[in-house]
Design a protein around this ligand. Structure first.
Ligand SMILES: C[S@@+](CC[C@H](N)C(=O)[O-])C[C@H]1O[C@@H](n2cnc3c(N)ncnc32)[C@H](O)[C@@H]1O
Length: 246
């Protein structure tokens, strides 16, 4: 486990842990990569900018006031408000779920008769009404655990807000991000019932247009959403692929 400063473009907008380092309170999160990252002084300017933006951010304030675990919650709330994705009784897979904002919303919407299976590489506090798994989605053993947990339940919605740790090097980060969305599409093709939906965070860049094309060959309708809570300078968008067909 590593500690790293979580910053903008990786979509790392989870509710921060307050961490005291050398008299400096900073939002930190646990990352699944091995090694130990601490503050890089050369980055301290942009880190300060990130800190200021984070604490001035209206969605961070709202999340704290309204009991959501992350500002990311408002992305799903907006998409769900527009596209009516989540319904009572649904079976939902939530990938990259920590700290659990999307899981809270999904569990609430699907209700007692629904099922929500949430997965993250990081530990996550339990969410009432959801099954929480910890592991790296890229690993076969973790995928198998997820499939075992779903059992025979045909899935209505696969959603992924996964964002890899950002190295700052485009040539490394974009392929990592694309690998996660491609694996998500593979899972969707394996577990979705005909007519099911997929919502996935996509970083625009090399490979993203091809990914959207691939979605169009498996879903009847593919829409790109950029919710207001998604920072304008971030390359992230959400691909909403609806009505899966075999
Ligand atoms: C933007 S955050 C998700 C926020 C979440 N949707 C919420 O509402 O609280 C992205 C998450 O993706 C997770 N993630 C990144 N790579 C992953 C992987 N290979 N397997 C599982 N989770 C991963 C990160 O640990 C991080 O918690």
């Amino acid at each position: 486990m590593a500690l790293c400063l979580c910053r903008d473009d990786g979509g790392c907008d989870c509710k921060p842990l307050q961490f005291h380092l050398n008299g400096f309170f900073a939002p930190l999160r646990l990352c699944g990569e091995s090694g130990f990252k601490v503050f890089d002084m050369a980055r301290s300017k942009s880190s300060s900018r990130w800190l200021k933006e984070h604490f001035d951010d209206e969605y961070v304030t709202r999340a704290q006031q309204e009991g959501y675990r992350s500002r990311a919650s408002y992305k799903l709330l907006e998409i769900d408000g527009k596209d009516k994705l989540l319904k009572p009784g649904m079976v939902v897979v939530d990938l990259g779920a920590a700290p659990g904002g999307w899981t809270q919303i999904a569990a609430d919407r699907v209700g007692d008769k629904g099922v929500v299976v949430a997965l993250d590489i990081l530990p996550m506090d339990p969410v009432p009404g959801a099954e929480v798994l910890q592991g790296d989605f890229r690993e076969d053993e973790v995928l198998q655990r997820l499939l075992d947990t779903l059992g025979e339940h045909p899935v209505d919605l696969v959603m992924s807000d996964m964002a890899p740790n950002i190295s700052g090097m485009k040539t490394v980060d974009q392929p990592r991000a694309m690998y996660l969305v491609e694996l998500t599409l593979e899972l969707a093709k394996t577990v979705l019932k005909p007519g099911g939906d997929m919502l996935v965070k996509l970083f625009q860049g090399e490979g993203s247009d091809e990914f959207i094309k691939a979605c169009r060959t498996h879903f009847r309708k593919v829409i790109i959403r950029k919710p207001a809570a998604s920072r304008p300078r971030s390359r992230e968008v959400y691909v909403l692929a609806r009505n899966y067909f075999v």
